[in-house]
Design a protein. Sequence first.
Length: 279
Amino acid sequence: MVLTGKIRTLGLAAGLLSACPPTGAGTASEPQTTSSSTATPTTGEPATSTSTTSATTTGSTGEPTTAGPEAKRCQSQCESDRDCRIGGSDLGFRCIDGLCLFPPCTSDAQCLAELSGWKTPCAGPGECAPEEACVLVADAGRCALTPGTFACADFGLVEQMLPLFAGEREVLVCGQAAASCEAGACQSPCTGDEGCVPQTGHPACDVPSGACVCQIDQDCVDSGLPGYVQCVAGRCGCAVDSDCAGGQNVDTCYAGICGCAADSTCTMTVFDGAPLTCQ
């Protein structure tokens, strides 16, 4: 189902717009990407990096977690690029090695669009939500969030002037302060706390690394995201399997990362023609 209006705008803003998102392995419920070395939480399941938590750690209740450091995730299996459409729309995902993924980046402009959450293609203003503008970026039209109801800073973004796709004038939109393509992966390091969105559980900027990090467990808990209960080495993660409750396509905590235990966990598909398997 194609998201429209405020629902689409809020979804993109909450799930994708982060100037320096936490490093992670992608989510178990959203499309997996190869265009960025970072991933941000969505309204489904948050993405986390492998923490220093032991794979055999148990929580205060004594509930065991799943042994093994590598998380099993619900992966979208495909045979062609058409399988990777969402609601009939081509949002840039391609069938790569049998999985729906974003192809490696080739330009800084492409990374600006991807890391700013400008996912929806357009050829004019009528194809974007009321809170968006159809701008020219990476030689194509993309729907970009404009400041108004929301401030760009609310999502760790900055105001930028970009040309409209159809027309000569420029328009003010919300985008990443810095985005670049390095070795096929999109990068967007933060330079201060203002570039880190508290709702992601990682509100502080570690300037040397350019990564947004958590400092205390409460940073993670305040995000309200499933699987975010503890801060280990600057990353939010789970401690026991029950921490993953409420997430999409997850039920097991693997060394701080919520994943799946079996195919039966993968109940919410993302792409039109790509069934999910736990692997």
